[in-house]
Design a protein around this ligand. Structure first.
Ligand code: IMP
Ligand code: ZN
Length: 346
């Protein structure tokens, strides 16, 4: 079996995917042609092969995408497209995350935003798309603590009314804006009400103080964690907190290299955490913006760090342990992995 087939057929778990960052070129084409008056060119919605952008420029890309995705119909289309694309890439379990937005001009509200994402998840399930999907409601740090609290309340409501589809909260957005301490009350409330916490942490250097505070919660998973460990300017005490609490890391190679927070693939912190034997999950972050998919990310990790197919298999299987869904879902996923294994290793 050649590599491309192996990595696509490999059953995978995707735990760190921002909805609007995951919109593919094909879906983007539909949006651009529906909204020609916006005069938006493809080059502004993605970072192509061999290109990179500063983190600032990446956040500008999201602003452009948000202009294109601003109605309930758009949310329904991008969510169903994204779910189907992950399924076609061999992803069996997906946790999507997205920041509820309101757009006065189109009638989009934060509530209808979440409702529409949930509707899309149901639609895909009813169509028989072979993937289990959960939703994390995202807090954009740029919007401050009051909005964060509102977001948590909305997530709590949907956690109870969505039949277990809303499972947690994400803290994301431009890491250079605001201080994590402002979000502690909202995050504590979320945790106390049973929502899981997936927090972007130490995505940029010099955030030790913020990371230490947020690690005390502690989060259930860490996004990136690029500068947590001592070799990257972090500290032993941060490392100890992550290790002692066994907090899985969501690691996104291409996103970090194209976003210029990591100089090159071979210096990605995956190596550090993987060698430590710490739960490390390969994810895409923004497959649309960074022009990648989860199969490619696994393949890149394997070729960069010399992982055998057996090691790659174990890596994808261990990701099941880090899902926010209930234990019965994890058991089902383990069964799926077991049944697919012979085909990959015949
Ligand atoms: P959305 O929440 O579905 O609109 O997805 C796009 C949003 O995800 C962006 O506006 C950011 O708030 C967040 N995001 C995507 N990628 C990153 C990242 O690498 N770091 C921090 N936030 C991110
Ligand atoms: Zn992210």
């Amino acid at each position: 079996m050649d590599d491309a087939v192996f990595y696509r057929e490999l059953p995978k778990v995707e735990l760190h995917a921002h909805l609007n960052g995951s919109v593919s070129v094909q879906t983007m084409e539909k949006l651009i042609s529906q909204k020609q008056h916006l005069n938006i060119d493809h080059s502004r919605t993605a970072v192509g092969k061999g290109q990179s952008r500063t983190l600032d420029e990446c956040f500008e890309v999201f602003r452009v995408i948000h202009k294109l995705v601003d109605t309930d119909e758009d949310i329904l289309m991008v969510t169903t497209d994204v779910i189907k694309e992950f399924a076609a890439d061999g992803v069996k379990y997906l946790e999507l995350r997205s920041t509820p937005r309101e757009e006065k001009a189109t009638g989009l509200t934060k509530r209808s935003y979440v409702e529409t994402v949930i509707k899309a998840i149901h639609q895909c399930k009813n169509e028989g798309v072979d993937i289990d999907v959960r939703f994390l409601v995202a807090i954009d740090r740029r919007n401050g603590m009051e909005v964060a609290l509102e977001t948590v309340k909305l997530a709590e409501e949907f956690m109870l009314s969505s039949g277990g589809l809303v499972v947690g909260i994400d803290l994301s957005g431009d890491p250079t804006v605001g201080h994590g301490k402002n979000f502690l009350p909202a995050l504590e409330r979320a945790r106390n009400s049973g929502l899981k916490l997936a927090l972007h942490l130490s995505e940029v250097p010099s955030q030790q103080e913020e990371s230490a505070l947020l690690l005390n919660l502690p989060p259930d998973r860490i996004g990136h964690g690029t500068f947590l460990h001592p070799e990257m300017g972090g500290s032993q005490s941060l490392l100890d907190k992550v290790v002692q609490n066994n907090i899985p890391l969501e690691l996104c190679l291409t996103s970090n290299v194209k976003g210029q927070t990591v100089p090159c693939y071979s210096q990605h912190h995956f190596k550090y955490w993987y060698q430590l034997g710490h739960p490390s999950v390969i994810c895409t972050d923004d497959k649309g913006v960074f022009c990648t998919d989860l199969s490619q990310e696994y393949q890149l990790a394997a070729s960069t760090f010399g992982l055998s197919r057996e090691a790659v298999w174990t890596l994808s299987q261990r990701a099941i342990d880090c899902c926010f869904a209930e234990e019965s879902v994890k058991q089902q996923l383990r069964q799926t992995w077991k049944s697919l294994r012979p085909r990959l290793f015949q």
